[in-house]
Design a protein around this ligand. Structure first.
Ligand code: ATP
Ligand code: MG
Length: 324
């Protein structure tokens, strides 16, 4: 069976200026560098990694919002056409994006109801009465009341606004939601509610999620599989429980050890030396080697491929077996 979303060897480069103007020289930044994964219908792939590792760029490439430099995105076996074309718009209906900041995603001048109905109006689907019925049903599905229909975004709480964003995203019956930090702008007390809503909607509607978050505990809770990115590449991917319990890549190990725990931690916190490197100056060999306490001579010269380990997960590390 083909997966709902198949991403193969996805790459995106940007030409940037290195150094201060006017002396800077052109340089190539590899924001996403050969990323491949599959996401079956109704499942969640969590995507984690430090700021700037390429998570949002990956999300935008998947939706065709940023043109690829290389590689391919397939939805339900169909290759994603160039953005803006009628066939792209047709496929695009099946994938929606949920951003971090709901207020930025909503139009402050339009009522909640108008905004929730908007996708149907844009795609010229249904009669006005049918659009109204569907919007009211959708408000109910995301835990809002009918009286929210005539309210405006600024009159609602952050959590309620994110529910409206979800209601609007679901109006076209998508199969995939790409959620880029969907809860990080929300109050901690609201985050769990929105995550529970996402889980309930997945159960009810069979949605697939590409779920990007800095909150590793939340990612572990919601994901069926997790991919860890470092400098534009996936360095480890697999079952969340196994990946978080016994990381096979030293970078995952460091990320996991930084998760705050309430239980008096037996785990030794691994502190990463050095800053995340500039993606314009990607280190030779394994890009992680300058920060890695396990690095050997081989790591300095030979880039490790993402390979399948005995337990089924993937890791891009020459020493993964010893580390896990
Ligand atoms: N339009 C652009 N022009 C030049 N560089 C870009 C552009 N968009 C992204 N980048 C660079 O690509 C890299 C990846 O960026 P991206 O936004 O995907 O990271 P991210 O993992 O989403 O980070 P964060 O966790 O901070 O959201 C960064 O180095 C960023 O500076
Ligand atoms: Mg981002």
């Amino acid at each position: 069976m083909t997966a709902l979303l198949e991403v193969s060897n996805l790459s995106r480069v940007y030409e940037v200026r290195r150094g201060a103007w006017p002396f800077g020289r052109q340089a190539t930044l590899h924001a996403v560098d050969g990323v491949s994964f599959e996401l079956p219908a109704g499942r969640t792939l969590g995507l984690v990694g430090e700021s700037g590792c390429g998570k949002t760029t990956t999300a935008k490439l998947v939706l065709g919002l940023v043109p690829v430099t290389g590689g391919e995105v397939r939805i339900g076996g169909e290759s994603l056409p160039a953005a803006g074309t009628p066939s792209w718009r047709a496929l695009r209906r099946r994938m929606q994006m949920v951003y971090q900041d709901p207020l930025g995603a909503l139009d402050r001048r339009l009522s909640v109801g108008r905004q929730v109905m908007e996708p149907l109006a844009i795609h010229d689907i249904g009669k006005p009465a049918e659009r109204l019925d569907k919007a009211l049903a959708m408000l109910d599905a995301v835990g809002l009341a009918q009286h929210h229909f005539d309210r405006f975004p600024h009159e609602l709480s952050g959590g309620q606004r994110q529910r409206i964003v979800l209601a609007r995203a679901l109006m076209l019956d998508p199969q995939l939601l790409v959620c880029d930090e969907p809860i990080s702008a929300l109050d901690v007390s609201i985050q769990a509610q929105v995550v529970n809503l996402l889980l309930a909607l997945q159960q009810k509607l069979g949605l697939a999620y590409l779920f990007i978050s800095h909150d590793l505990r939340m990612v572990r809770q919601v994901s069926h599989e997790v991919a860890v990115m470092y400098l534009g590449r996936i360095v480890e991917q697999g079952d969340p429980d196994r990946l978080f319990a016994t990381p096979a890549h030293p970078y995952t190990q460091a990320l996991v050890s930084a998760i705050p725990t309430h239980a008096r931690a037996k785990r030794q916190r691994v502190v990463l030396p050095g800053e995340p490197p500039n993606p314009v100056d990607r280190p030779a060999g394994c890009a992680f080697h300058p920060r890695c306490r396990h690095a050997t001579t081989r790591c300095r010269v030979e880039a490790p491929a993402l390979r399948i380990l005995a337990d089924g997960r993937r890791a891009a590390c020459h020493n993964a077996e010893q580390i896990a």
